[in-house]
Ligand binder design. Structure first.
Ligand code: FAD
Length: 427
């Protein structure tokens, strides 16, 4: 597992190489009554793709990516990682919006929604989805798209792995050249001013601009000035996906604000930018995360953020605040199971340590920060939930979507075979 704080021992791992293997594994799990976990990229924060004593249906070998540059479509196996998808599409100057760390699985990310650098321009990852091939709990292979099993297609776009095992995704692609991207950092004592400036600066930002705010201790990397190593800093990471000269103009006010201590925002290939955060979230560390959406970075939200950033202890903890909006918010809320299109920002309060030492304290920091923000919560992205129980999952979807998802679950998985996920029980 990517998150080393999760340690479980399955009885059996079914390493599937194609849809036939997945059907066999599902039928085997049903026949034996073994609890079944489904593994795509293995990046579930709470470790829901591994189980104790059951069967892990591992899709990692099904990682093929076929790009049709004429039709601008990619057909992607369920074991592919984001980096594999991006490499194949960028070879043709194309891309589909996905996440910000290349070793995340396409499957789990897509089924929950998929937020990332290109979403404000083109929408969520699910908004690019043309169809899926899926193995149901009964072991049937079905296709879902806008015209085939449309109710199921609605459900897999945000409803997670509740309705079956997706074996193949078909995505729409967009043209994408180099991006103007990278972080600009300030010392932590500038954070209250930087966040207030940032809030006003992004208020009418074009869709080409997507940003993340991060707070962390500066790592001892060669391009980080030595006097900053280990010091808390605030950064705004930009990704401009339009014409580069327009991007320079749009980002200029941010560069000019206050006294940045490090400016790494420059034109670069998209693949390079996509891999930038990989070293900050490697496999094998201990991770814990609490997440919430907020409408706006009000003065109060900013004050809470600054106060809790000052309490980060671990040199590894890095927590992003995502800027939503743009094309994400222009898709109708009813069109997909994903909830939260109207949110302004997503807080991703990630505690991180090298191992068990210091982990409990950092986890308490994440919990305390999240609780302090509670008056401002407006929902949560299901892919950023830990094992938080049914109430939280129901709240994430809201009552109308929850009822519709439960009805779908009764139809496609009435015995809840697929329950190691952000589970929607059939009732
Ligand atoms: P897995 O652990 O393999 O699976 C996660 C869940 O999905 C499990 O419940 C599993 O059973 C189910 N599942 C997996 N594959 C299938 C399938 N083929 N059919 C049915 N169910 C399946 N999210 C974003 O939106 N944007 C980001 O930029 C982003 N960055 C991240 C970076 C890191 C380092 C991490 C750890 C997570 C990130 N996430 C991001 C959250 C991510 O979307 C979820 O953790 C997602 O579940 C990971 O998918 P996976 O396939 O790697 O995980």
């Amino acid at each position: 597992m990517w998150n080393a704080s999760i340690d479980r021992s399955p009885a059996l791992i079914a390493c599937c190489t194609g849809v036939g293997d997945v059907v066999a594994a599902v039928r085997f799990a049903r026949r034996t009554g073994l609890v079944a976990a489904v593994r795509g990229g293995g990046h579930s924060f709470p470790g829901q793709s591994v189980c104790d004593g059951g069967i892990v249906i591992d899709l990692r070998a099904m990682a093929e990516v076929d790009v049709d540059p004429e039709a601008r479509v990619a057909r992607v196996g369920a074991g592919a990682l984001l980096g594999e998808l991006d490499r194949a599409t960028q070879a043709h100057g194309l891309a589909t919006p996905a996440g910000i760390v290349t070793h995340t699985g396409v499957a789990g990310l897509t089924l929950g929604g998929g937020i990332g650098w290109l979403m404000r321009k083109h929408g969520l990852t699910i908004d690019q989805l043309l169809s899926v091939e899926l193995v149901t709990a009964g072991g049937e292979v079905v296709r879902a798209s806008a015209s085939e099993n449309a109710d199921l297609f609605w459900g897999v776009r945000g409803g997670g792995g509740n309705f079956g095992i997706v074996t193949r995704f078909e995505f729409r692609l967009h043209e994408l050249g180099p991006v103007l991207a990278g972080p600009i950092f300030w010392r932590i004592d500038e954070s209250p001013r930087v966040l207030r400036f940032y809030r006003d600066w992004i208020a009418d930002a074009p869709d080409e601009l997507m940003t993340l705010v991060i707070h962390r201790k500066a790592p001892p990397l060669p391009y980080v000035p030595a006097e900053l190593h280990g010091e808390l800093v605030v950064g705004v990471v930009c990704c401009w996906s339009g014409a580069l000269d327009a991007g320079e103009r749009a980002i200029a006010p941010l560069r000019a604000f206050g006294s940045p201590v490090l400016d790494l925002c420059e034109p670069k290939p998209y693949l390079e930018h996509q891999a930038m955060l990989d070293p900050s979230f490697p496999h094998g560390r201990w991770y814990y995360m609490r997440a919430c959406d907020v409408d706006e970075l009000t003065d109060e939200v900013i004050d809470i953020t600054v106060e809790h950033s000052l309490r980060i202890r671990s040199p590894l903890t890095t927590f992003p605040i995502w800027q939503l909006g743009g094309a994400v918010a222009r898709v109708g809320d009813d069109e997909t199971a994903f909830a939260g299109r109207g949110a302004g920002h997503t807080f991703n309060i990630t505690a991180m340590t090298e191992g068990p030492d210091g982990f409990d304290a950092e986890r308490e920091w994440a919990r305390g920060f999240w609780s302090a923000l509670e008056p401002h919560h407006r929902g949560v992205y299901v892919n950023f939930l830990m094992d938080e129980g049914e109430e939280r999952i129901r709240a994430a979807y809201g009552p109308a979507k929850w009822d519709r998802l439960k009805a779908l679950k009764r139809r496609y998985d009435p015995d809840n075979l697929f329950r190691l996920n952000q589970n929607i029980p059939p009732g």
